[in-house]
Design a binder for this molecule. Structure first.
Ligand code: ADP
Ligand code: MG
Length: 299
């Protein structure tokens, strides 16, 4: 079977079936980061890779922005677990034509976020790549035992809340500079410490995909209210629903907690029973099927 038949998510499901579990593995494949049991806390680990001509084009992306974006994608995954980042391993694959100055710019981008969020770069790997520039970061983090937020703990009747606006990056033809990639680490920490949210994910693959992932992990369904989705200036509803590349938070919370959430958010939907599926509701109350679930590799 070809990869295009299975798609990225089908492939991960296939891989996930074959992974054994040690007693120290609390959460393996399936959330924004893996969760390992540690003394008095949980250890978080996540990894994300960017590759030229899939995630970015060198013509329109600076090396600084590339480094910062690779860090941002990983920090966002740690934030989505309610945790804070601590240590990073950075692997770079570079064609010979790349200059030392460009690599220094890449590291300036990486270090800008590392400094801001007090992350130590503790290692990595450097390899020659035949054509494409590649950067892969593995980020470690921590979260206090009671503050962990998972994808798998949403319950029927809860509301789906989101931070920020959606569709901005999708509405731009080319990669945005980092300024557009606002990270929600501090909001995520506020949510984690308050114990008012029940589940959380980041929106890196799009709002609809995030809701689908929460529903899959929590074994529930959802209604997304089209007229309540915050849409970025210049973006269409479709770009807001399916676009991705923004690092907003998508979380669920019981209705009675909403007034106390302490972060800026909008209600964009509701959790329903699994058998009702994941659907859109338009401004007239009409239930509509999803188009597709955001960006998927190999499809
Ligand atoms: P995110 O978009 O939050 O980074 P992904 O969609 O990339 O998450 O991955 C979903 C889950 O699948 C994560 O738990 C990730 O670690 C896991 N995963 C992805 N690719 C692989 C792989 N090749 N082998 C094992 N696990 C994988
Ligand atoms: Mg994620």
């Amino acid at each position: 079977m070809k990869l295009s038949n299975l798609g990225e998510f089908g492939l991960i499901d296939l891989i996930a079936k074959r992974v054994a579990k040690l007693p120290s593995t609390f959460i393996g494949i399936g959330d924004d980061a893996a969760v390992l049991k540690a003394k008095g806390k949980y250890q978080l680990i996540t990894t994300d890779t960017l590759i030229e001509n899939v995630h970015f084009r060198l013509k329109t992306t600076s090396f600084f922005a590339l480094g910062a974006k690779a860090m941002a994608a990983n920090i966002s995954d740690i934030a989505a677990m309610g945790g804070y980042p601590t240590h990073a391993l950075v692997t770079i694959g570079l064609p010979k034509k790349i200059t030392v100055g460009q690599v220094q710019q890449l590291y300036r981008g990486i270090n800008s976020l590392a400094r801001k969020h007090k992350i130590d770069i503790i290692g990595g790997d450097t390899i020659a790549s035949p054509r494409a520039v590649m950067i892969s970061i593995t980020l470690l983090g921590e979260v206090e035992k009671g503050n962990l937020l998972l994808r798998s703990t949403a319950r029927v009747g809860e509301l789906i809340c989101v931070t920020g606006k959606f569709g901005g990056p999708a509405s731009q033809k080319y990669s945005l500079p980092l300024a557009a990639h606002r990270l929600r680490l501090s909001e995520a920490r506020v949510l984690a410490k308050s114990h008012l949210a029940t589940s959380m994910i980041d929106s890196s693959d799009g709002l609809v995909r995030s809701v689908l992932e929460i529903c899959k992990a929590s074994k529930v369904g959802a209604r997304i209210y089209e007229d309540q989705v915050p849409i970025a200036r210049g973006a269409t509803l479709d770009q807001a629903l399916y676009g991705g590349e923004e690092y907003e938070l998508v979380l669920t919370a019981p209705k009675k907690h909403l007034g106390r959430l302490k972060i800026k958010h909008k209600v964009a939907g509701e959790i329903v029973a699994k058998k009702q599926g994941v659907k859109l509701v338009d401004a007239y109350g009409k239930i509509k099927s999803l188009k597709s679930g955001g960006y998927e590799h190999f499809k």
